[in-house]
Design a protein around this ligand. Sequence first.
Ligand code: NAD
Ligand code: IPM
Ligand code: MN
Length: 321
Amino acid sequence: MTRIAIVEGDGIGHEVIPVAEAVLELLHPEYEYFAIDVGFHRWEQTGCPCADRDIEALKMADAILFGAVTTPPMKDYQSVVLRIRKALDLYANLRPVKGNGFDIIIVRENTEGLYSGIEETGHDRATTLRLVTRSGTERIVRKAIGLASRKNGTLTIGHKANVIKSDVFFRDICIAEAKAAGIPFNDRYIDALSLDLLQHPDRYSVVVTTNMFGDILSDVASYLVGGLGLVPSANIGERYALFEPVHGSAPDIAGKNIANPVAALRSAAMLLDHLGDRDAAVCIEEEIQHVISAGIRTRDLGGTAGTREFGDAVLTGLRKH
Ligand code: NAD
Ligand code: IPM
Ligand code: MN
């Protein structure tokens, strides 16, 4: 029995995830679906955003569909999504950005770098240690190399080695691995890369980078396809896998039925692909394209359709397949 954990989280997670879940249930009614309630709203209600037993329950799933959680900038608050990524060792964050004439996948290291959680805040200074390990770098670049060879593409290493020594380390390990694998590669400073990616997206295939650079670069790259409402992601480890939109809980539009559910739908497609049902993943993508071409669009794409209306159009189309 395939078990899927469903985590809506906070904000628009409550709107976009039901759309994506309905599609999963339509295509795979035989799977078992179970909900896990975590997020900032749980912290507000109970003082605990995510309990140990929630983590244990997530480990029971073959795959997790995740919405988004609000992570407020409070000193002692631990982000639920970061906790899950670490607890499940979801070291590879894959963020595909595909459009007319380009097919890019950002491969973001997901467990260390500036997100290592080694920090100290005093009265006069605060520090965050940027930990980059050999094993952490090797496993993320090997993942990126695997994707690049499957796509017959070039590996681009995004870094700031001109300033940050831990990025000299990261870049050199990436280059050594790319050479050993015989994969075409190049490397760019992350700032110049961010602009060049927008100006010449066709020049990129697989981009590997450290945790926070990958976070920023993926929001930037979403501009190529119409914004955050469209970009999905996979968080993959050796044992577990979690699929979520790149966007957050979007409190500014939450509860209004205007959020674009495409990023969540594409995350569900990535989940099915991961579980081996590539055909279903392709069907979801085709139906998204079909509905958008038919002029049914949410507000971020210049339309007037609501989240549910868009979802219903996709469901109706998929039922006809
Ligand atoms: P955000 O991604 O939530 O929103 C940024 C902007 O994009 C907002 O104007 C929002 O309305 C818009 N947007 C996002 N998703 C959209 C969609 N599906 N359809 C239409 N418009 C959409 O980022 P933010 O505002 O910086 O952060 C809000 C909260 O989400 C913060 O607490 C942040 O920490 C959290 N966050 C969580 C995750 C996650 O759980 N993986 C990811 C990013 C941000
Ligand atoms: C993302 C988000 C998270 C991150 C935040 C909410 C902790 O921005 O998934 O892109 O920085 O990874
Ligand atoms: Mn982000």
